[in-house]
Design a protein around this ligand. Structure first.
Ligand SMILES: [Zn+2]
Length: 543
């Protein structure tokens, strides 16, 4: 127990100008003796800070707001002339989503820390098989899976980030291991085996070049604060970590300032040269408070272990199902199979919407579409889009006849945001997850900027109440990038929410009504596209 700490605690009741010196010495002595004879009190450890686990209960209660009947998602009021087809009903779409999340959880080997539908793993393969079964049951033509030969695969096997305890930080302070620590995903890195790397922590604020000026990072573990702007992909630490390692840090811990205590599987927030981790909100805020409480004179230390291997190759599956058209042209409807953790929105939501559309368009009572509608679930979007590449490679005749790719990726979630802790003069208002009864906004990409296609989206968005950003992107940034490179126009709608690539991407962040809005929007867009000529859609003639 440090002298400074005890003096601060004694001050309010013992202050007296005249006797201050004598009293504080006496009080210190008494306090010191009492600490020696009193049993360790749990409240004293770690500078009296609340441990992250203590925040979990409130966080869980907050999370339950997603399921609260008071927060029923805005109902979808369908126009009178809307198609009453049961295939597009939110409950039906949501049931596929639930199935895919259940399959994902069912196929996680016990003890495996890198989890989800990872390229080629059992969960991703089982998801492909599930989609094939559903498409066959709907009556699609030529439903099958195709093998995807994957290349090398970076695989984090085990890791640990532990804050080293010391009785100087309070009575009974023991080591604290962060449950949310997750390695920054380094797909192109080599194997790594770091065991019990112990070093001093140095806090570098936001980790920008300007934040590094005042610090000597050599041989130390840097701690960086990262702000969501407004989702985990767009977080402020992105792009800064490599520089921190170049400045001498032997490891980096990024504190993600988000709700709860989730794990994040993200690229471009690490380095090939040093182990880098992301911490969830509760763990991160505790770490920052502990660093501040320890002060400059007694910097905290941490112990880090990290073992990642590189697998030689992997085998994945794409799944294909066709609704034959009347011409030889194709409209491709794609959704990626893989996803981290439960991946409910990303991309079980996209797969569920795709299945609903496959059922809707394969209905034998419908007039067949003008173009072939080819539904493709692609493997390994996170591993260099090997599934999309394999499809493009293996089907040049389809690629040549494809007028457009409609990519369905994280289509719908409830609008929520994180209101961070707010320091007031008398105390701190704790950070809070705020949920709403609305839908998150989607980004719209139309790679060739075609006005006709845009008009279909605008009409359908207005019709079903879909929130879309005001700017139309031209460059696809998801799984559809390879189709774009293969010179097929790509359109996509994406909702990357607070839980993007995190263990919080769970079923309760998605409402059936929201899924129905997006699925109906896509059905209208597909119908609109089907009625337009290739020239009207801006598809350049192939030689
Ligand atoms: Zn995705």
């Amino acid at each position: 127990m440090s002298l400074a700490r005890i003096r601060i605690r004694c001050r309010p009741s013992q202050r007296s100008k005249k006797l201050h010196g004598l009293l504080s010495t006496t009080v210190f002595t008494i306090a010191f003796i009492m600490l020696q004879i009193m049993p360790a009190s749990a409240g004293e450890a770690w500078f009296d800070l609340k441990l992250p686990d203590n925040h979990q209960r409130r966080s869980d209660a907050n999370r339950a707001a997603y399921l609260s009947p008071d927060l029923a998602s805005l109902p979808l009021a369908l126009p009178a002339d809307a198609n009453a087809d049961a295939a597009l009903n939110g409950t039906a779409v949501y049931s596929y989503l639930r199935d895919i999340v259940a399959i994902t959880l069912e196929h996680q080997p016990a003890g495996q820390k890198y989890r989800g539908r990872i390229a080629g793993n059992a969960a991703e393969q089982a998801t492909a098989d599930y989609l094939a079964d559903q498409m066959r049951a709907f009556g699609l033509t030529d439903v099958h899976t195709e093998t995807v030969q994957g290349g090398r695969q970076w695989w984090p096997e085990d890791w640990q980030v532990t804050l080293i305890g010391d009785s100087a930080y309070g009575n009974g302070t023991t080591d604290y291991t962060f449950t949310s620590a997750f390695p920054a995903v380094q797909l192109e890195a080599g194997a790594m085996d770091v065991q019990d790397l112990e070093a001093e922590l140095v806090y570098v604020g936001l980790g920008r070049p300007v934040d590094l000026l005042a610090h000597d990072l050599s041989g130390k573990i840097a701690v960086v604060h990262s702000v969501l702007q407004s989702d985990p992909f767009f977080q402020s630490a992105r792009g800064h970590i490599e520089k921190i390692v170049q400045a001498g840090a032997i490891a980096v811990i990024t504190v993600v300032d988000g709700p709860g205590n989730h794990q994040y599987a993200l690229e471009q927030v690490g380095s090939d040269e040093a182990p880098c981790f992301l911490l969830g909100g509760h763990d991160g805020r505790f770490l920052e408070a502990a660093i501040a409480a320890a002060g400059k004179e007694q910097p905290l230390r941490a112990r880090i272990s990290m073992r990642a291997s590189v697998r030689e190759s992997w085998l994945g599956k794409n799944v294909l199902g066709l609704v034959p058209g009347r011409s030889d042209e194709y409209l491709l409807i794609t959704a990626h199979l893989d996803g981290y953790f439960e991946g409910a929105n990303d991309n079980a939501g996209g797969l569920a919407a795709m299945l609903a559309l496959a059922q809707y368009f394969s209905d034998p009572d419908r007039i067949p579409p003008e173009r072939n509608l080819l539904f493709v679930g692609t493997s390994a979007h996170h591993e260099f889009s090997d599934g999309a590449k394999a499809f493009i490679n293996d089907h040049p005749e389809i690629v040549a006849k494809a007028v457009l790719v409609l990519n369905i990726e994280h289509p719908s979630s409830l609008l929520s945001y994180f209101r961070g802790p707010l320091k007031m003069s008398r105390g701190t208002v704790p950070g809070q997850l705020v949920t709403t009864n609305s839908q998150g906004w989607r980004t719209l990409t139309i790679s060739n900027g075609n006005e006709r296609v845009l008009s279909f989206f605008q009409a359908a968005a207005a019709r079903y109440g879909v929130v879309i950003e005001g700017t139309v992107n031209r460059r696809p940034n998801g799984d559809a990038y390879d189709f774009f490179k293969a010179r097929i126009p790509v359109v996509q709608l994406m909702d990357a929410n607070l839980w993007f690539h995190s263990s919080g991407d769970q079923l309760d962040t998605i409402s059936p009504a929201g899924l129905e809005r997006t699925t109906r929007l896509f059905a209208d867009v597909i119908n609109g596209i089907d009625d337009a000529s290739a020239t009207e859609l801006g598809r350049r003639k192939r030689k």
